[in-house]
Structures are given as C-alpha cells and as structure tokens.
Design a binder for this molecule. Structure first.
Ligand code: TMP
Length: 203
C-alpha cells in the first residue's frame, strides 16, 4: 500500500460525501500532508466546463451522451492531474469509476461491460487504494433533496432511481477488501473519526 493513497468517496446525493471530504482536507492540512482534491464530474479546467454543461437543468441529453461526457471529464483529470501525482501525493476524489457504473449502468441501463471497457482504457494502471462508500436511508434522502439549494439536473430523479443506484453501489463494492461503508444516519463527527482512523492506517 502506498503512503500516498488514491482515496475515493462514493455514494448517492446527500449521503454526506462532500461534508466528510471537507473534514478530511482540514485534517490533512493540520497534519501538513500533501494532497490533491478532485470532484467528478469536474476537477481540471476542462472537466469543470464539462460539469457545467452536464449538470445544467436545460441540457436535455441522452444517457449515452452523458456517459461520454463523464468519461471525457475523467480522461482530462487522468491526463492533466492524476497520472503525474499518483502515489506522489494523497489524492482524494469525490466520485469516480464506481459512480459511472452505479448511475449509468444500474440507474440508466447502459451495458456494464461497455462502461468497464471505457474505464479500463482511461485508467490504464491507475487503481484506487481505498473507497469510502457513503450510504443513506431513502426517507432521509427525500427530505434532504427537498431542502437542497441549487438542485442540478441529476438531483431531480425519482427516489426509485436513487434506490437502484445505491443498490448498484453496494453490489459493486460490498465484497471489496479495500472499502468501508459510511452510514450517514450516524453522526457526522463519528463518521469523520471512522474515516480518519482508516486513513491514518493507510498513510
Ligand atoms: P455532485 O457532484 O453534486 O454529486 O453531482 C454529480 C452528479 O453526477 C451526481 O448526480 C452523480 C452524477 N454522476 C454520474 O451520473 N456518473 C458519473 O460517472 C459521475 C462521476 C457522476
């Protein structure tokens, strides 16, 4: 295991990923560790432009179009940011390859092997070292989505869609040794502690 791991934060909307990443960034800053933080879609300059397009309410695109845009955004990150920093700095990523499988395959029905083939070609030898999968109870999700400011195009699917996506994440990740489930019904601080405990072991 590298001392500068590539760590993923995955999970459906409102599951607490972004809150936890903020806490982990503060922790790493205090410890004076070198790290990079990327969100997907987004990250590099070009990827942020793709994000703006993809998540715009008025961008009425087909699911296959979205798939290629998510992949294009990822490819820019790999080429411009991730490859040169891989195992040299800690890399935290808010969503990555498992989000594409969960949303575009389990949620939208695009063939899994096709998405896996694209991911494999883009990632080459890059592998996540650890994955925190954030899960949320769907009743709580319903409430949180209602109160969320600036809802984007992907915040507006049915609860049934998010349920399929969350089940997809669990299918993809449940049996992996290098992953931990973070249950957002627990307190934010206890989840932060759990994540930090694990990261300390990885460093
Ligand atoms: P978020 O960054 O605010 O969570 O919004 C990003 C949205 O994009 C979220 O609904 C999940 C979705 N998404 C996919 O559908 N496929 C992907 O590959 C990625 C990275 C995100």
């Amino acid at each position: 295991m590298s001392k500068n791991p590539l760590i993923l934060f995955e999970g459906i909307e409102c599951s607490g990923k972004t809150t936890q990443i903020k806490k982990i960034k503060n922790y790493l800053k205090k410890k004076k560790k070198k790290f990079i933080h990327i969100r997907e879609p987004g990250g590099s300059n070009n990827s942020e432009k793709i994000r703006t397009l993809l998540l715009n309410d008025k961008f009425n695109s087909a699911s296959m179009t979205d798939l290629f845009l998510y992949m294009a955004s990822r490819n820019e990150n790999i080429e411009k940011i991730i490859t040169k920093n891989y195992h040299k700095k800690i890399i935290l990523i808010d969503r990555f390859v498992f989000s594409t499988l969960a949303y575009q395959h389990y949620g939208m029905g695009i063939k899994k092997s096709f998405i896996e083939m694209l991911n494999k070609n883009i990632l080459k030898d890059i592998r996540p070292d650890f994955i925190f999968l954030h899960v949320i109870n769907l009743r709580i999700l319903k409430k949180r989505l209602k109160f969320r400011k600036n809802n984007n195009r992907y915040d507006k699917f049915s609860l049934n869609f998010y349920s399929k996506v969350q089940k997809g994440f669990l299918k993809l990740l449940r049996n992996k040794k290098n992953m931990k489930i973070i249950d957002s019904s627990q307190s934010i601080s206890s989840n932060t502690k759990e994540i930090i405990n694990k990261i300390e072991k990885l460093l």
